[in-house]
Design a binder for this molecule. Structure first.
Ligand SMILES: Nc1ncnc2c1ncn2[C@@H]1O[C@H](COP(=O)(O)OP(=O)(O)OP(=O)(O)O)[C@@H](O)[C@H]1O
Length: 251
């Protein structure tokens, strides 16, 4: 097992905006007809998030990365441990495929809903609607129910709404690699701009070059636990040296 005390580029303590302390979360799974069992998707995850940084999260399929972002976004509460928010009123937005849309509402209505859930006023959201609509580039589908959208179209809407509603923290769950080529380039470029402009971003990705390019620090999750965190090159070396590759997730 790799130490979780690899060299860290730790930013100043006063810039800490959020801390995860020993987070654990289980899903209830059906076992046979009557029995249910607890499956601990997260067992012990701890790290801090600092203002203006881009924190990468890496790990094999099924190790708990999306679950972790849902905890960070406040969509689900952890069963053990705690999330400490150091800035009251912090606005956090999760961008992931299929997350948070109401299927029978249109793209426009969902954009309004997303903004209101972030605490924005309706006028503020409406003032940005033209930008959201132009970036999503969904044509007349923008006013059609979201349950008529393809996966790529949902990604376009989710990214555009969250991008222009400008939360304090953006959580990206594998969305920079989705959509068609044109949208992939456009959204990745837009996010790079945000990252340069000191936005706080948590990026879950399997794309190593993207992590190397965009992240300031990296967290490696394995079997629901923090295996290592800190310097991007060090954590990637540990992850890619074999320990993080090829095997199915441990249950
Ligand atoms: N609603 C659910 N009910 C039961 N188990 C679930 C549920 N959602 C996720 N899991 C399980 O929890 C574990 C963690 O899932 P999660 O989606 O967080 O992993 P991940 O690291 O994001 O995976 P990937 O890289 O494939 O996207 C997996 O084993 C998954 O099967």
């Amino acid at each position: 097992m790799v130490s979780n005390t690899l060299k860290r580029q730790t930013p100043a303590t006063e810039d800490k905006i959020l801390s995860l302390e020993n987070i654990g979360l289980y899903y209830s799974r059906r076992q046979g007809i009557l029995k249910r069992s607890r499956f601990w998707a997260l067992k012990d995850v701890s790290f801090d998030l600092y203002t203006g940084e881009t924190l990468g999260v890496i790990g094999r399929n099924g190790v708990g990365k999306s679950t972790l972002l849902r905890v960070l976004a406040g969509i689900v509460a952890p069963d053990t441990g705690r999330v400490v928010v150091h800035r009251p009123g912090l606005r956090i937005s999760l961008i992931s495929i299929g997350a948070g849309f109401v299927g029978h509402l249109s793209g426009r209505e969902n954009a309004i809903l997303s903004g209101m859930m972030l605490g924005a006023k309706k006028e503020e959201i409406l003032s940005r609607m033209d930008q959201i609509m132009a970036f999503a580039d969904l044509g007349s589908f923008f006013d059609e129910p979201v349950n008529t959208y393809s996966t790529g179209m949902r990604a376009r809407l989710g990214f555009s709404a969250a991008y222009y509603l400008d939360p304090d923290v953006i959580l990206l769950d594998e969305v920079l690699g989705v959509g068609d080529e044109a949208f992939r380039i456009k959204s990745t470029d837009a996010m790079k701009e945000r990252i340069k402009s000191e936005k706080t971003v948590v990026l879950v990705s399997h794309t190593v070059p993207l992590i190397r390019e965009l992240c300031d620090r990296l967290v490696w999750i394995e079997g629901g636990k923090t295996m290592a965190h800190g310097d991007v090159a060090d954590v990637l070396d540990a992850y890619l040296s074999g320990a993080g590759q090829g095997r199915p997730p441990s249950k």
